[in-house]
Design a binder for this molecule. Structure first.
Ligand code: NA7
Length: 882
């Protein structure tokens, strides 16, 4: 039964009347409830689930039998690269006992036997049409059903249409000149003859060194008289160490199969295991090496990818591992020139699918095997007798193309699909696929994709991801039936939110830096979009479950039972911000407003001691300057490594006017200094409650004046000064700009305000939306204000700069606001008011950030582009800054 949210979502009460009215539709009944395209891992299980639920379902499969990818990819050496004990169905405990895998990584024939066993056990073939493709699918909005054209000439209608066509099923068109002219034997690894190929005594060429090439090359070499491997891009590969299933894994599975499978479902990649905790450079070089060696010995993709927690997010960490892997290649391959050519250098490890091999690199030590580096010797053309590179001709009896696939989207758009209003999916996805959860796409009601783009799919254990998608779809259809709905479609808002989230996750990793098939970069003309979801099987499953528990959030549902749409976005926080919030919640930290100011300061310092230090600057200089009350205020100057004199930015730390010091935002100040190339002087000010309003504001002005007067002494450029601040510090920066304008200077070239306090009004929407959950809470903000200023003083522009009657003539400004910050709306209002007063003010809303996150240098990577814009704005205030 679909849970109906009562949170204002649009809905129409359903009732018997509407049911009999049939929603104004033609009332056409489909031939079958569900059509599934594809009888691989996904299609088989979906058929089984749907039957169990009492739906009628029909599968169309282009091949002559079940198996999907394992039907087609019969090349020598084809195996899965996920341990087979994990690459297996888990929906029926009986399968665990009735089928036993023979080795760590099963061969293609064994996996195909398994799928045959499953198809037979559940009597699936009777609902599968083999050698039949879905050629076209058209949504009929009046009848609320899909009309399919099938290659055997029949037309079929169905209520729901599911693409279970696989991520790597449509071979990439061979894009090599003259390939059609080859007169010898021509093979593509993914369309291998069922009877096998005997290469004995033959001169064989292989083009392509992805997994298919790397798995098949050693076995082809064992037969061929001569083997020439034409390599365009070397790939990272390490030994699979295939053999018996690891005793530890076998034991864990045997001990409690259900718990083992459950752990897989809630793991990052779909194999039980804890995410890595250690960072590459947090251990000694010796320990690092030992861990690399252990991962090499383990021979598992996720062991290597997760050898440290920063392999896929930190270039330096990745370089370290890549060097180790290259050193292994050099240690195996005897000829140094060949070894160098086999060393990948153009992409970070893991950003293209790494390969698991059996004797791949050693194959190049065989006298009859030769590597041709196409980067140095490009192919001119395939000829009737072989391959001509620009400087040599190779005579070949057989040519093997291991050139890959139009991955993730190719097989989906290969079907001519048109949705609502006749829009074709190909057109909709011309700039890259957009989906909600990788399962559905707006404008194509009742169409589902199993492991579609925007889901973990190829970055995970496909078996686990397939089962999760199939279960989600099957449960959804059952829910809809119970609730009287028969049409489901994601909303544009939900889809665009998910697309943002998928990109946000990818953008904090190194993945988008590679020309990989994950990015669509292997197919000429395909848009460059990161296709899978990198946020993990666990995080993804959580999002899918949450969509359901929130009344199918982001889906419009309709049918005889009425209509319902709980519109919204399931994941709006930046992924790394969400992680930080989860970690903090898990620590169960006390809230500051429950402490004395002294304890809150000590607590804040203790937290700061744990954070990464931020980047190196040219130098730091600590000093003191006189405050407004005659006290000495400490400052820290951050000087860039470039030759000066540089303009100076006076920076004010955050901390609600109570907490912090000149060094409390140290990583942020370093970051701004390095990025902007300007001197940053972070000055302390007297804190509340010891010094209440307007002490901090007066100190801030005094500090700016002193720095302006002493610019040359500080090594800066006199007369060239800007201000910046964060939170209460941004409040002071804004106030200083107003005071300097009104009270005789100094000249301030610009202001950068990060999440500023600009007003004392707690009634804005952002307080109501974000006042409870994102570190800076309404209660805490109230505590800060209460300590800082009497109610009567709070409306003074010196406390609430938004209240100033005249904002004209203020310095240019960049105002950054975080989406999930209670201060968001007052920051936005200040930017707007400045602009209305003719000030060159820009508002930068930081999507998915919270009050504290943008400044978390080297923790919240998604904050980096925001900090880059802040630095750019600072530089822009001095357009000729060195
Ligand atoms: P991949 O990984 O896409 O590999 C294809 C290989 O073919 C790769 O080395 C390509 O080089 C090469 N290629 C493609 N087109 C050409 C042309 N025109 N000239 C020369 N070389 C070319 O496909 P696989 O089938 O090996 O593996 C796919 C996935 O299946 C694998 O990751 C596992 O998940 C299972 P490039 O890198 O583009 O320079």
């Amino acid at each position: 039964m679909i849970e109906r949210a009562d949170d204002g979502g649009r809905r129409v009460a359903r009732g018997l009347l509407e049911m009999s009215a049939g929603n104004g539709r033609s009332g056409a009944q489909p031939d079958v409830d569900v059509v599934i395209a594809g009888a691989g891992f996904a299609g088989l299980y979906l058929l089984h689930r749907l039957r169990e639920l009492g739906f009628t379902a029909k599968v169309f499969e282009a091949a002559d039998d079940v198996g999907g990818t394992w039907y087609w990819n019969r090349y020598p050496g084809a195996r899965c690269d996920i341990p087979t004990t994990d690459y297996t169905y888990s929906f029926d405990p009986a399968l665990e006992t009735e089928w036993t895998w023979s080795e760590k990584y099963a061969t293609q024939p064994e996996i195909l036997r398994y799928l045959d066993f499953v198809a037979t056990k559940y009597d699936l073939r009777r609902d599968i049409s083999f050698a039949t493709r879905v050629d076209a699918a058209r949504w009929d909005d009046d009848a609320a059903l899909w009309r399919l054209r099938v290659s055997n000439g029949t037309d079929v209608t169905c209520r729901y249409y599911v693409m279970a066509t696989g991520c790597l099923s449509l071979p990439k068109e061979p894009d090599i000149e003259g390939v059609g002219t080859f007169a010898g034997e021509l093979y593509h690894t993914s369309r291998w003859p069922h009877e096998g190929v005997d290469f004995t005594g033959k001169r064989v060429g292989v083009v392509g060194t992805g997994s298919s090439g790397i798995q098949s090359i050693p076995l082809i070499a064992a037969e061929a008289a001569e083997l020439t491997v034409f390599q365009r891009t070397p790939n990272f590969s390490f030994p699979a160490h295939n053999g018996a299933i690891a005793p530890s894994r076998r034991a864990a599975l045997a001990a409690d199969p259900a718990a083992y499978r459950e752990a897989a479902k809630w793991s990052r990649g779909g194999i039980p295991g804890e995410p890595p905790q250690l960072a590459t450079f947090s251990v000694s070089p010796e320990e690092r090496q030992a861990r690399y060696e252990a991962a090499w010995e383990a021979g598992e993709l996720f062991e290597m990818l997760g050898v440290f927690n920063d392999v896929l997010v930190n270039q330096a960490a990745n370089d370290e591992l890549a060097s180790f892997l290259r050193s292994k290649i050099r240690s195996i391959v005897a000829d140094p020139e060949t070894a160098e050519a086999l060393c990948p250098v153009d992409h970070a490890f893991g950003t293209k699918r790494p390969c698991l091999d059996t004797g791949y690199f050693a194959t190049f030590n065989l006298p009859h095997v030769r590597l041709v580096d196409l980067r140095k010797h490009p192919i001119r053309a395939v000829t009737p007798t072989g391959i001509d590179t620009v400087d040599e001709s190779f005579e070949l009896d057989a040519l093997v193309l291991a050139t890959g696939f139009d991955a993730m989207t190719g097989a989906i758009v290969a079907v001519d699909i048109s949705g609502r209003d006749g829009v074709s999916l190909k057109e909709k996805w011309a700039q890259g696929p957009t989906t909600y959860l990788g399962l559905t796409t707006t404008g194509f009601p009742n169409m589902f994709m199993i492991t579609g783009p925007g889901s973990p799919s190829v970055l995970s254990n496909m078996a686990v991801s397939i089962e999760q998608h199939v279960d989600w779809v099957a449960d959804c259809l059952a829910d809809m039936r119970t609730s009287g709905f028969d049409t489901i479609e994601p909303t544009p808002e939900a889809e665009s939110g998910w697309v943002h989230h998928v990109n946000d996750c990818a953008d904090i990793t190194l993945y988008p830096t590679a020309n990989s098939w994950y990015m669509g970069a292997n197919v000429p003309g395909k848009p460059r979009v990161f296709l899978p979801y990198v946020g993990g099987v666990d995080g993804y499953r959580g999002a899918c479950d949450e969509v359901v528990s929130r009344g199918y959030l982001g889906f419009a549902l309709s049918g005889p039972g009425g209509e319902q749409c709980n519109d919204g976005i399931v994941r709006r926080l930046q992924p790394d911000v969400a992680m930080v919030l989860e970690m903090m919640a898990a620590l169960g930290l006390p809230t500051m407003e429950t402490m004395t100011p002294a304890d809150a300061r000590a607590f804040s310092e203790a937290m700061a001691a744990e954070r990464p230090p931020g980047p190196d600057v040219g130098e730091t200089v600590d000093g003191v300057l006189p405050g407004a009350g005659g006290e000495q205020l400490a400052y820290r100057l951050y000087r860039p490594a470039t030759p000066g004199p540089h303009p100076i930015v006076v920076y004010f730390h955050g901390g609600g006017w109570l907490i912090g010091s000149e060094v409390s935002d140290d990583p942020l100040c370093r970051d701004l200094c390095v990025r902007s190339g300007l001197i940053v002087v972070s000055v302390n000010y007297r804190h509340a409650p010891e010094t209440r309003f307007p002490g901090a504001a007066d100190d801030a002005l005094a500090a700016v004046r002193w720095v302006a007067d002493h610019a040359a002494q500080l090594g800066g450029a006199p007369g060239r000064l800007a201000v910046a601040g964060y939170s209460a510090g941004a409040n002071l920066a804004a106030v200083v700009c107003q005071l300097a304008r009104d009270e005789g200077g100094p000249d301030i070239a610009g202001q950068v305000l990060l999440n500023p306090v600009t007003d004392c009004d707690f009634s804005r929407s952002s307080y109501l939306e974000n006042g409870d959950d994102y570190i800076l809470t309404t209660v805490l903000m109230r505590w800060f204000w209460d300590n800082y200023a009497d109610p009567a003083d709070r409306t003074d522009p010196k406390a609430s700069p938004l209240r100033a009657t005249d904002l004209r003539g203020l310095p240019p400004a960049l105002v950054v606001t975080a989406e999930f910050d209670l201060l968001r709306d007052e920051g936005a209002a200040y930017a707007e008011a400045l602009a209305a007063a003719g000030v060159a003010a820009r508002h930068l809303p930081a999507r998915g950030q919270v009050h504290t996150s943008v400044g978390m240098v080297d923790v919240v990577l998604s904050g980096a582009p925001v900090r880059a814009e802040m630095a750019e704005a600072l530089r822009g205030f001095f357009s000729d800054a060195r």
